[in-house]
Ligand binder design. Structure first.
Ligand code: PEP
Ligand code: MG
Length: 320
């Protein structure tokens, strides 16, 4: 039974009609890689680099970061590895960075907004990433909390300057889509981004105006809300127009029904916590992409997340 399980886990998430969805793991440390691979991960779709900065007294050095990125790349071998630039602010606070207190930190200087204001954070991180790339690490980098084209252009310029200084190879530079404005302007952003990864945790928070940490409203903060699905559909349309790939690395990617809907919406890659991988793969392998597209169309026309969930629970529609 174990042998059969592990053989099944190694199979790609290819639908019954031959459409393949890439499956990545959300992991932060190289020593989590063997476990993720044993569960069927085909790469890392989200390495959150905040963990390098949290629970310590001062920022990690460029060298500390270089070692961490190189170690993860070594653990993944030829598989894709997407490393996210530092995403501090909002729910993720780091005391030694002395960030100003804000009334609404989730609407404040976080993610890319902080990186653009604090070159002493951005520059060593990009140097460490490009040094890893220069050593042959197959990495992509993505920037969190992008709202505007101008932010992305500025970050790209800094990355390119550092790449040139280090004589490092070019690497794909992508962005997180987690702000509704970015989803709606995906076609413009796709001119400057090599790929998109949708952060549905934040995208849901901002689309529904529900603090992702508010326990009272948690049941309503459902990423399967049709408004969130419409933002995902807009992101896919914008990416397609420029030939970019789109992933989802928020929590809904690890929900088998959510994964099925995301595939139906045209998402190319799903990245999730490793333990969710086997069930997501099994669900996608049991479905036809044509049916998932029809399912997604129906979901987009529904009034609320509960109705979308009900669609997922209906065995006649491949749910249950
Ligand atoms: C997200 O917002 O969905 C995401 C993946 O990023 P984080 O949860 O780290 O904010
Ligand atoms: Mg996020």
């Amino acid at each position: 039974r174990r042998a059969r399980d592990s053989a099944a886990r190694a199979l790609p998430a290819t639908t019954t009609d031959g459409h393949r969805i890439e499956i990545g793991a959300n992991i932060n440390l190289a020593d989590q890689a063997p476990f993720a691979l044993s569960l069927g991960a085909e790469g890392v779709g989200l390495m959150r680099t905040e963990f390098l900065f949290l629970e310590r007294a001062e920022s990690p050095t460029e060298e500390d970061q270089f070692q961490a990125y190189r170690a993860m790349a070594a653990a993944m071998g030829a598989r894709p590895l997407v490393i996210r630039a530092l995403d501090i602010g909002g729910d993720k606070q780091v005391s030694y960075l002395d960030l100003p207190r804000e009334e609404n930190p989730f609407l404040g200087v976080r993610g890319a907004r902080l990186l653009l204001r604090r070159p002493e954070l951005l520059v060593p991180q990009l140097r460490a990433l490009y040094r890893a790339a220069r050593e042959g690490a197959r990495i992509s980098v993505m920037f969190p909390m992008i709202t505007s084209e101008a932010e992305l252009i500025a970050l790209r310029e800094t990355a390119e300057r550092i790449r040139a200084e280090l004589k490092a190879p070019a690497i794909p530079l992508g962005i997180m889509i987690e702000v509704p404005a970015a989803a709606l302007m995906a076609d413009r952003l796709a001119v400057h981004a090599d790929f998109f990864s949708i952060g549905t945790n934040d995208l849901t928070q901002y689309a529904l105006a529900i603090d992702r940490q508010n326990p009272v409203l948690a049941p309503e903060a459902d990423s399967l809300h049709p408004a969130v699905l419409a933002l995902i559909a807009a992101t896919v349309r914008g990416a397609r127009a420029k030939g970019r790939w789109v992933g989802v690395c928020g929590g809904i990617a690890g929900d088998p029904f959510g994964a099925a809907l995301l595939a139906g919406l045209g998402v190319d890659e799903l990245s999730m916590t490793p333990r969710d991988i086997p069930a997501v793969k099994a669900r996608l392998r049991g479905a036809a992409i044509a049916d998932l597209r029809a399912l997604a169309e129906r979901a987009l026309a529904l009034p609320d997340a509960a109705s979308v969930r009900a669609l997922g629970a209906d065995p006649a529609l491949g749910g249950g």
